[in-house]
Write a protein that binds this ligand. Structure first.
Ligand code: NAD
Length: 474
């Protein structure tokens, strides 16, 4: 995308998609279903290639790919196919007394030409998941997968080329420079998944054309474990949620905040569960077929730096710390006694390092969480109704999950998204459909006798009486 010809190609595709988007507005819903069915079939027929591509990108085990990328994506497609009719159907709304002579409804129209920019950490799901919503809502799409997962991005390119004409869906591969060029185009909607830092750049670029945005961003997801917790159950779920995908999950527990009375017991249980899940044969984590890798050298070095900074600031290593740079391997690493000024307390970890903090009072925890940017996920592990309610009501986060982690991401009927620093707008299922739709307010007035005419000028006694009645009764 360096030369003028590439720039022109991008402009041309955009112009053609804009034209095509106008015809998509009026086509029968069944055409959208056909596109989604094609996508579903391709994924079902090519699961092996998807597994291989993601393994080649960062050593993610095949079953983990099926579980965390393919299965949620197929669910998203099936959900859209089954519900597209009801989602797209206009919703009738009641009229108040002042609007008695009108009939109104909400119509869902496609936004038009949409841009989807994806991250690398779930490279298949997070590129094609938003595409499902965009297609269900009747849009044309320009897709920018991540440059950090070239094998998966090539496969996505192939898939899109096989299934769609580029007037409907087109892929543009490349790094931030390609994104920047795409962002100069007047899209109707931009759906971005990635870091908070880049999210700000996206929002500011969108402002030039007043494009609407959905920002699925990151941040630090706190995990509170109180004294009423079922220790082994929580340890197992956290071991899975944190170290699956090598900690490179936007909703992975970022750090644990554990009540002092169970601190040691919980850590012992956590160590056991991590080993059971990711080194069941006792060969060492680096030999385990179930343990993925850090995406690349750059992120490996970022994590090594976070680790070194934490340890040199007084942090205590209580498990792991093994690193093999040539393989981008970092074993599951638990750290305690972290200094509040260590970088790991303020930067999103996004890797297999897990800081564990001790607490004595829930007030402290709530104050600490509220002093940080609002997280994407907040986890509470415990069986105290009082604590659960306090944490839910007194803190703000995109999602709140009790006695489990990560799984709220793929619940088909829950909106997924962050709040402020962790994101804006919602996705998945109906919420994804809405993100790519304009909710158009449609009002139809009667001709002749209409209630609203009663308050037209000239203003006078009649107006005053009507206003008085309206204010009193309606
Ligand atoms: P990233 O922000 O570095 O990159 C995301 C995309 O933006 C890539 O396609 C990249 O090419 C592009 N990009 C990078 N710099 C850009 C720039 N200056 N201008 C325009 N585009 C640019 O994120 P990442 O490293 O790919 O992903 C990790 C981050 O994503 C983490 O912070 C994680 O929490 C977050 N994330 C959030 C969700 C969610 O659903 N909320 C899901 C996955 C990942």
């Amino acid at each position: 995308m360096r030369n003028k010809a590439a720039r022109e190609q991008l402009d041309q595709v955009f112009a053609r998609q804009r034209k095509r988007a106008l015809s998509l507005r009026v086509e029968p819903l069944q055409r959208r279903v056909v596109r989604l069915r094609l996508l579903k079939k391709w994924i079902e027929n090519n699961e092996k290639w998807i597994q291989q591509a993601i393994y080649a990108d960062f050593g993610k085990p095949a079953d983990s790919v099926s579980l965390s990328e393919v299965y949620p994506l197929l669910t998203e497609i099936k959900d859209a196919i089954n519900n597209i009719k009801s989602w797209s159907k206009g919703v009738k709304v009641d009229s108040s007394m002042a609007y008695l002579s009108t009939i109104s409804h909400i119509a869902y129209e496609p936004k038009g030409v949409c841009l989807i920019i994806a991250p690398w950490n779930f490279p298949f799901l997070l590129t094609l998941g938003p595409l499902v919503s965009a297609l269900a809502a009747g849009n044309t799409v320009m897709l920018k997968p991540s440059e950090m997962t070239p094998n998966t991005s090539n496969l996505i390119d192939k898939l899109i080329n096989e299934l769609f004409h580029e007037d409907e869906v087109a892929v543009f591969q490349g790094d931030a420079n390609v994104s920047k060029k795409l962002l100069t185009l007047p899209f109707d909607h931009i759906f971005f998944t990635g870091s908070t830092q880049v999210g700000k750049i996206i929002m500011s670029a969108a402002a030039d054309h007043l494009a609407s945005v959905t920002l699925e961003l990151g941040g630090k997801s706190p995990t509170v474990i109180d004294e009423t917790v079922s220790i082994n159950d929580a340890a197992k779920k956290i071991a899975w949620g944190k170290f699956m995908n090598n900690g490179q999950t936007c909703v992975a527990p970022d750090h644990l905040i554990v009540h002092e009375s169970i601190f040691e017991e919980f850590i012992t249980a956590l160590k056991i569960q991590i080993t059971k899940l990711f080194d069941s044969e006792n060969l060492g984590f680096s030999k385990s077929p179930d343990y993925a890798r850090v995406i690349n050298k750059q992120h490996f070095e970022r994590l090594r730096e976070l680790y070194n900074d934490a340890v040199s600031g007084g942090g205590k290593l209580i498990m792991g710390g093994e690193m093999i740079a040539s393989e981008c391997f970092i074993s599951p690493t638990l750290l305690t006694d972290i200094s509040p000024v260590s970088k790991i307390t303020s930067e999103e970890v996004f890797g297999p390092l897990l800081p564990i903090i001790k607490y004595s009072s829930l007030d402290e925890v709530i104050m600490q969480v509220n002093s940080q940017p609002k997280p994407l996920a907040f986890y509470y592990f415990g069986n105290s109704r009082k604590n659960r309610k306090r944490l839910m009501r007194e803190t703000s986060s995109g999602t709140f999950c009790v006695n489990d982690c990560v799984i709220q991401f793929s619940h088909p009927n829950l909106p997924f998204g962050g709040v402020n620093h962790s994101g804006m707008g919602k996705s998945h299922g109906k919420y994804g459909f809405l993100a790519f739709s304009n909710e158009k307010a449609v009002l139809r007035q009667r001709v002749g006798l209409t209630t609203t005419k009663l308050v037209y000028p000239p203003y006078g006694k009649r107006t005053h009486i009507i206003l008085k009645l309206l204010k009193k009764y309606f």
